[in-house]
Design a protein around this ligand. Structure first.
Ligand SMILES: CC(C)(COP(=O)(O)OP(=O)(O)OC[C@H]1O[C@@H](n2cnc3c(N)ncnc32)[C@H](O)[C@@H]1OP(=O)(O)O)[C@@H](O)C(=O)NCCC(=O)NCCS
Length: 379
């Protein structure tokens, strides 16, 4: 008897060893490591290795991975031209999606060689896409402001390099470390919507660029990655802590969703949120700007009280990104830069034991038996 599950809630679509979202316990595991064991203790590059190869790297493997990623940072000239010509008011997620899609055109094999699960080239394609995501996003942000595009630097880590490209100067250690922890916390998250898109797309044996392009388009939506941008817009709209209660009551009465609150799987705390909350506090204190955190805390406690819902990863990451000086519309691209580690790992895992996704649908249209009326007689 087929089961109908709207939004595929509760449906297990496949097996994975990459990450486990334990909603009832409020736990997140990457390859057996609790996220609390990883956040603040290992770098984003170490997590990339963990997801792609199933284990944390040795020092020599980490160095090799760093070199592989750094060697893949340079964009094809045509993609740089596209970034320079893209409308200045475009959504950076659209530029990222189109940029990644374009990379497939300038890959001599169109990424098709990444389909062989036994071939080492699959890691090269994954590294190439992972390394170029942040370059496309940062270059577009520079280009839309009419600023120069800083030359690629091969020495810097992924988080340092992104901030360097955005600002045109080497970032502070504190800023890079903060972003790095954000990357670690966002790298993978079970069968979330964008990861599922990537797996569905690659399961047709199309190319890796198409799969990542699908994932970016999916992450862009306000119910997924786009929620973090909505958090800052919400705080700006509310304006003052004293306005929170009235604003929240009115918004809930209008049956609108509060961005950064609630989760499909976590029914207790989102385990990533406390890390981001602590960083958000620290950053706001450092900037001498506590207003946002006070408002956020009030919203979080009222939502817990009124609806029994907790703040999710986006709620506090928005404040961390804001405090890092990132423009609001770059929040979701930053999420993508981290999540591409998980997307590519899932693509490789899917290819290693592939079966095309082909669920059923419940037909709710009219009964069979309608007859075609000639067009001249139709009303
Ligand atoms: C994450 C999210 C999409 C999960 O959706 P879902 O599992 O389909 O949950 P539902 O939308 O069915 O919500 C269940 C109930 O909680 C309420 N609810 C869930 N999230 C809510 C929110 N952010 N604000 C207000 N009410 C919310 C729903 O209105 C619904 O109430 P009802 O039963 O009285 O109708 C949803 O919580 C949401 O839209 N959150 C805001 C966007 C966000 O932060 N996304 C990032 C997720 S990491």
């Amino acid at each position: 008897m087929p089961i109908i599950a709207k939004g595929l809630e509760g449906v297990i679509a496949n097996s994975t060893s990459l990450s486990d979202v334990r909603g009832d316990e409020g736990k997140l595991l990457y390859e057996g490591y609790n996220i609390n064991e990883l956040a603040g203790h290992v770098s984003f590059e170490e997590v990339i290795h963990l997801l792609w190869h199933g284990r944390l790297p040795t020092a020599a493997e980490l160095l090799r991975l760093h070199e592989e990623l750094a060697d893949e940072r340079e964009l094809p000239e045509e993609v740089v031209d596209f970034i320079l010509c893209a409308p200045k008011n475009a959504n950076p997620m659209d530029v990222l999606r189109t940029g990644i899609s374009m990379l497939g055109l300038y890959d001599s094999k169109g990424g098709k060689d990444s389909l062989d699960p036994t071939d080492s080239l699959k890691y090269l394609r994954a590294a190439s896409i992972t390394a170029k995501m942040s370059v496309i996003a940062a270059y577009y942000h520079r280009a839309r402001q009419g600023k120069d595009l800083p030359p690629i630097n091969k020495e810097l880590t992924e988080s340092e390099h992104f901030l360097y490209l955005l600002e045109g100067k080497i970032p502070s250690q504190e800023a890079a470390e903060t972003l790095d922890v954000c990357y670690v916390l966002h790298a993978d998250h079970g069968m979330n919507a964008s990861t599922f898109s990537a797996r569905v797309t690659i399961s047709t044996l199309t190319d890796i660029y198409s799969a990542v392009t699908s994932a970016i388009g999916t992450l862009k939506g306000p119910l997924h990655g786009g929620a973090n941008e909505g958090v800052i817009q919400m705080l700006q709209e509310i304006g003052e802590e004293s306005n929170v209660t009235a604003w929240l009551d009115k918004t809930l009465l209008e049956k609108k969703k509060i961005m950064g609150i609630g989760h499909r799987v976590y029914k207790t705390l989102d385990p990533r949120a406390p890390h981001l909350r602590a960083m958000a506090f620290q950053m706001c204190e450092g900037l001498g700007e506590n207003k946002w955190m006070k408002m956020a805390e009030r919203i979080a406690s009222l939502m817990k009280e009124k609806k029994g819902l907790n703040a999710n990863v986006d709620f506090y990451s928005a404040i961390v990104y804001y405090s890092l000086g990132l423009p609001t519309d770059m929040f979701t691209p930053v999420f993508s830069i981290a999540r591409v580690a998980g997307w590519t790992a899932h693509i490789l895992e899917q290819l290693a034991d592939n079966r095309i996704y082909r669920p059923l649908s419940e037909y709710i249209g009219p009964e069979e038996g309608k007859k075609v009326i000639p067009i001249s007689q139709r009303e």
